[in-house]
Ligand binder design. Structure first.
Ligand code: FUB
Length: 326
C-alpha cells in the first residue's frame, strides 16, 4: 500500500516536472543492465562515446552502429545511458534520430557530444557530409529537438578541407570564464567560440596546428590543474594522441600516443571525464564477440591516470574494465 502511494506520488511529480514524455520513459522503456567488464554495453553496438557528469550521475551518449557484416559506418540514431556507480547502467529510450534533423540529407548519424549550459542540454551531432547540428533538451535524457532547423556548421566552414566528411566530430568545452568552445573536424582540426545561446558561432573559425600534429578526427578538450589537454585520433587505423597547453587556444605541445589501436576497429574515438574522483578514458573497439568490427563497435571504459608532472600515462585497455564505485 505504502509503495503504491509512493509510486503514484512519483508519477505525479514527474508529470508536473517534465510532462508526459519523460513519464513514459520512466515507466515503460528504461533498460537496466550491469556491465560485465569491457565492452560495457553488449545488447547493441555503440560507438563514439561522449560522457558528461551531473550531480553524481555519469551520462554517456553514444552512436549506434548496425549489427555485424556492415561494409561502412551505418548509424541512424544515437543512444543515452546513465550510471551512478560504473556497474549498474540504465539505457534511456532512443533520444535522438538522424530524421530529427530534416536538413541532414546524408542520413548518417555520426559522432556527437552533449554539453550542459544554464540548465539546458545541447547535443551537437555530426552527419558525415551535411554538417554539424545541435539539438536541445531540458533533461539529459531528452527528449531533444533540433534547435536550429539547419546545420550549425557545414563543409563551407571547414576552409582548409576539400573532402566531404570534413565537418564531423564536434567536442564542446566550457572554460572557467564561462566561454564555451567547439572543436571539430576530420583531417584538419577547427575550433570556434560559441555564443551564450550555444546555438551560434561567435567570431572567427580557426585551425589547430602544432609540431607533430597528425590529426585524423575525434578532438576532445579537457582541463586539469590549469592545463588544457587536446586528445584526438591520429593516423589510420587510429591511435589516440594528445597535446597540452596553458591556454585553450594553445600553443599546444605534442605529448605522444595515449592509446594504441583498439582491438578489431580502425577507429577509437575517446571521451575523457572525471567522475567521483577518478578519471576515465571511454572509447570504442570492435571487440564484441558477436560480430564486432570497425563498423559494429562497442564502448569500453578504462582508467586514465596522470603522472606528477601532469602528463598522462598510456592507457591500458582491459577486458575487466573499471571497478564499481561504492
Ligand atoms: O562513427 C562514425 C565516425 O567514425 C566518427 O564520426 C568518427 O569519430 C569515427 O569514430
Amino acid at each position: 500500500m505504502k509503495q503504491a502511494i509512493i509510486s503514484r506520488l512519483t508519477t505525479l511529480i514527474l508529470l508536473l516536472l517534465f510532462g508526459s514524455s519523460l513519464l513514459a520513459q520512466s515507466q515503460d522503456s528504461l533498460f537496466r543492465f550491469r556491465s560485465e567488464g569491457n565492452p560495457i554495453i553488449t545488447h547493441k553496438f555503440t560507438a563514439d562515446p561522449a560522457a558528461i557528469v551531473e550531480e553524481g550521475t555519469m551520462w554517456l551518449y553514444t552512436g549506434h552502429d548496425f549489427e555485424g557484416g556492415q561494409k561502412g559506418y551505418k548509424m541512424k540514431d544515437w543512444c543515452v545511458f546513465s550510471t551512478t556507480d560504473m556497474l549498474n547502467w540504465t539505457e534511456h529510450p532512443t533520444p535522438l534520430k538522424i530524421e530529427d534533423f530534416t536538413w541532414a540529407k546524408s542520413g548518417d548519424a555520426y559522432a556527437g557530444h552533449v554539453a550542459e549550459r544554464n540548465g539546458k542540454y545541447y547535443w551537437y551531432i555530426s552527419t558525415n557530409w551535411t554538417g554539424i547540428g545541435v539539438a536541445v533538451s531540458d533533461h539529459p535524457a531528452g527528449p531533444f529537438t533540433d534547435a536550429l532547423g539547419k546545420p550549425l556548421l557545414t563543409n563551407e566552414d571547414c576552409f582548409a578541407s576539400d573532402h566531404s566528411w570534413a565537418c564531423i566530430d564536434p567536442a564542446i568545452f566550457t572554460n572557467d570564464d564561462g566561454q564555451s568552445w567547439i572543436f571539430w573536424g576530420n583531417g584538419e582540426c577547427y575550433y570556434a567560440k560559441l555564443k551564450d545561446n550555444m546555438i551560434e558561432i561567435e567570431g572567427e573559425i580557426k585551425q589547430v596546428d602544432f609540431d607533430g600534429f597528425v590529426f585524423e578526427e575525434a578532438p576532445w578538450i579537457h582541463k586539469k590543474d590549469g592545463k588544457y589537454y587536446l586528445t584526438y585520433a591520429s593516423g589510420f587505423p587510429e591511435k589516440i594522441a594528445y597535446a597540452m597547453a596553458d591556454q585553450i587556444e594553445g600553443p599546444y605541445e605534442y605529448k605522444g600516443i595515449l592509446n594504441e589501436i583498439a582491438g578489431n576497429s580502425n577507429t577509437n574515438h575517446q571521451s575523457i571525464v572525471e567522475f567521483k574522483d577518478q578519471w576515465y578514458f571511454i572509447y570504442h573497439n570492435g571487440g564484441m564477440q558477436r560480430d564486432g568490427s570497425s563498423y559494429s563497435r562497442s564502448v569500453c571504459i578504462d582508467k586514465l591516470e596522470y603522472r606528477p608532472d601532469g602528463t598522462i600515462k598510456g592507457i591500458v585497455m582491459t577486458s575487466a574494465g573499471v571497478s564499481v564505485i561504492d
